[in-house]
Design a binder for this molecule. Structure first.
Ligand code: AMP
Ligand code: MN
Ligand code: MN
Ligand code: MN
Length: 295
């Protein structure tokens, strides 16, 4: 019988994953298939966190109910802070507010405008018909993301692989990293709070920041009403986790955990991530607004 009550402490948890993607954004599995995979891997508590959309949540919820899995409606929202693209996981235990619905519609429009700009910039380096090619790679009408353009670059032989596509053309600070369309960090936190949700700073270690700058980001995030950050995202070094725990603890932020799973066959799977050693950071599921989810 799987554990349906989540433990009081972060290091004691298993069968939980609060960061995963489906075909509603840049994931490979349909929401239903993702939930089925979670079930087969012993995940009992999950959040579907597609980029800037809740489009997969209905299908995922239906599947989760069939498997007896607790599922939090959620989205990973793109934002900007001091010229950087920052991701915020909005955990929405009671679903989106009107403000959030409007905001997600605006995010979808921002993605359309942004993909045109990315296409323009990639055409300048030799990827003809970039938008059409990215759309082919997406294989559906969902909003495009940088991975679609990365695949198009590989397919066209401009770069040998995805890693190179990001490293040379699409990663932070490269010409295809278009962020002008995203709202400010404080705005996405506001929408989350207006939805009775909890704003979680996604993967704080993956923005290429120094420890000091990461501290400033965490300060800004907390000041704006953000209440949690991902203490573990996928696989990371244990010393780094301990140090990040200190930074969360100093600011009274709750800690969250997620794989950031996108597709099977890689090194990540739902529910798979580095363990947390003993620390004082409270798990995000102990947040009062997530009481029902924790069981
Ligand atoms: P976007 O939401 O359009 O800004 O695209 C960001 C997404 O690109 C991330 O959520 C990842 O799925 C993917 N991504 C970012 N960096 C890399 C990388 N170095 N290699 C492969 N995929 C990446
Ligand atoms: Mn992604
Ligand atoms: Mn992200
Ligand atoms: Mn993600």
């Amino acid at each position: 019988m799987p554990m349906m009550h989540l433990p009081e402490r972060l290091e004691a948890v298993s069968g939980l994953d609060l960061h995963m993607h489906s075909t509603a954004s840049d994931g490979a599995l349909t929401p239903g298939a993702l939930v089925a995979l979670c079930h087969s891997r012993g995940v009992t508590h999950m959040a579907l966190t597609d980029h800037d959309t809740l489009a997969g949540v209905d299908e995922a919820s239906t599947a989760a109910e069939q498997f007896g899995i607790r599922l939090l409606p959620a989205a990973e929202l793109s934002a900007q802070w001091r010229g950087l693209t920052i991701h915020v996981v909005a955990l929405l235990p009671t679903g989106p507010s009107v403000e959030m619905d409007d905001a997600l519609a605006a995010q979808a429009e921002a993605r359309v405008a942004r993909s045109k700009e990315i296409a323009r910039r990639l055409e300048a380096i030799g990827l003809e018909n970039a938008l059409t090619r990215a759309r082919e790679q997406a294989g559906s009408e969902r909003p495009l993301g940088r991975p679609d353009f990365a695949r198009a670059l590989v397919e066209a032989g401009v770069v040998p692989d995805m890693a190179t596509a990001f490293k040379k053309h699409l990663g932070a600070g490269k010409r295809g990293d278009v962020k002008a369309h995203w709202p400010y960090l404080s705005d996405v936190i506001d929408w989350t709070l207006q939805s009775n949700g909890v704003a979680v700073l996604a993967h704080p270690l993956r923005y290429g920041l120094t420890r000091r700058k990461r501290g400033l980001l965490l300060d800004s995030f907390a000041e704006a009403g953000g209440e949690a950050a991902e203490l573990v995202s996928g696989f990371q070094n244990a010393d780094v986790t301990r140090d990040l725990a200190r930074q969360l603890d100093e600011r009274g932020l709750y800690g969250s955990l997620g794989s950031d799973f996108h597709f099977p066959g890689g090194h990540l799977a739902p529910g798979s991530m580095s363990p947390v050693s003993r620390c004082d950071v409270l798990p995000v599921w102990r947040h009062p607004r997530l009481h029902d989810f924790a069981g």
